[in-house]
Design a protein around this ligand. Structure first.
Ligand code: NAP
Length: 213
């Protein structure tokens, strides 16, 4: 393995890249951009529940990056289940050969869940029109990543907030809340994340927001 903390690599190296939530939206945009920065014979795992969408993406990716001879696997699983996570790890392990320099996990899969307002589960007299469950989960994630970075020195962790993007999730938000967040195309935020990864100047455990970098 090369030093994960070294700065300014030219590419993402020869790696195994696992992208969860790759079937559409931000994960799909990242899949196309990451594939161009991986060195030949790298491995890309596309993970989501929609097998046919992953298969379609795999074919497009392989024809667009023919000279790189990427090994692309579709892992059609539900990541809410232990079986889904185990299967993803199994496929990644089977590809972990000696020449692999890094494992890059882009933990992107997500669903909107319940974006109920604060009032639905606290004192109705002090209700706030906030996304308390969503915000609480994001804050917990940031702390979890900070702890992970401290505990596992050989893992470089980045918590990236991608900003509002024009995806099915954002359409659902508009439908449920009638608030337009002026979403951008996914490839813009994906390009910023790619630059962060390629520059590799962030501290492990950092939380970086699209609008701040
Ligand atoms: N869009 C925004 O404005 C925005 C803003 C901030 C943060 N984010 C975050 O960015 C990430 C991607 O969002 P997006 O807007 O691209 O959403 P999206 O268009 O709804 O895509 C979500 C992806 O996650 C996959 N997924 C959902 N549940 C899954 C499960 N249980 N198992 C496996 N895969 C699952 C979906 O695929 P299948 O349905 O095929 O499983 C899909 O590929 C999310 O974590 C979201 O919270 C988005």
């Amino acid at each position: 393995m090369s030093d994960i903390n070294s700065t300014n690599p030219r590419t993402l190296g020869r790696g195994i890249c696992i992208i969860t939530g790759a079937s559409k939206g931000f994960g799909q945009a990242l899949g196309y951009q990451v594939s161009r920065s991986l060195e030949p014979r790298s491995v890309l795992l596309l993970v989501a529940r929609s097998g046919p969408l992953l298969q379609e993406m795999k074919e497009e990716l392989q024809s667009a990056t023919e000279e790189q001879q990427l090994v692309v696997h579709c892992v059609a699983v539900d990541l809410r289940t232990k079986e889904g996570v185990d299967e993803t790890v199994r496929v990644a392990r089977q590809e972990a050969v000696d020449e692999i320099e890094h494992v890059l996990l882009i933990n992107n899969a997500g669903s909107l869940g319940d974006i109920a307002k604060f009032e639905t589960f606290t004192n109705p007299d002090e209700a706030l029109p906030s996304w308390v469950l969503y915000c609480t989960a994001k804050a917990a994630r940031n702390m979890m990543f900070s702890v992970l970075a401290k505990e596992q020195q050989h893992v470089k962790v980045l918590s990236y907030s991608p900003g509002p993007m024009d995806t099915d999730m954002q359409k659902e938000i508009l439908r449920l809340t009638n608030v337009n967040h002026n979403p951008m195309p996914c490839h813009e935020s994906a390009a910023k994340l790619m630059k962060l990864l390629l520059d590799n100047n962030f501290s492990s455990g950092a939380h970086l927001d699209f609008f701040d970098v």
